[in-house]
Design a protein around this ligand. Sequence first.
Ligand SMILES: *Cc1c(COP(=O)(O)O)cnc(C)c1O
Length: 225
Amino acid sequence: MNSEQLARNLYHINQQIKENKAADQNVTLIAVTKTVDIPTMKQLYDLGVRHFAENRVTTFLEKYEALQVYPDIVWHYIGRLQTRQVRSVLPYVDYFHALDRPSLAKEINKRATKPVNCFVQVNVSGESSKAGGSMEATMEWIEDLAQFSQIHIVGLMTMAPIDASDSELHQYFKSLKELQISIAAQKRHHALCHELSMGMSQDYPIAVAEGATFVRVGSALFEAV
Ligand SMILES: *Cc1c(COP(=O)(O)O)cnc(C)c1O
């Protein structure tokens, strides 16, 4: 593993974040490590990365177990989760990014032993291949989620279409930001909704410019490593 290249990539991404964010905007870089091994994750840790994300249950559990020596890692789960998988990962997840349907909310609430930080996934583009509710449906769904005492809606999450133009990306991210602000303005106890998880390798500078507070970056970190 080429750790100098890894350090350069990380530096570049942090610079991009800095250049695109507002002065009072806190942005957390989440390293999406689904394509790399445990030694690479340790290198990232040594470079200062503390937020890691996985999208498969088995790999998540393997990596979580192997990295228990670093108790200050914050673990994010970003994949689609089947209800039958909830039980095995839930105890180890600090942030769950893909709350996309009522049956999943019900199961998380049932299995949780402490409040779970969740992002409600929103399908900003309306593509049928994407998970998450529409922009219009999200507000109402979040009201419904108040019945689940173990679910804390910390924010909204989205994945933009890979073929979107820069101006479309600005538009998608801007409208998600507006939705997040209007939900947060309701000051609901179960849905403080201060955060926005948006931006991946292809589009994170634009997402940051439009107000992202968490970016989920994988391939850009590992280029040429
Ligand atoms: C893989 C993945 C990412 C990171 O994608 P890159 O293009 O590799 O940066 C972000 N979010 C989700 C939900 C993913 O599955």
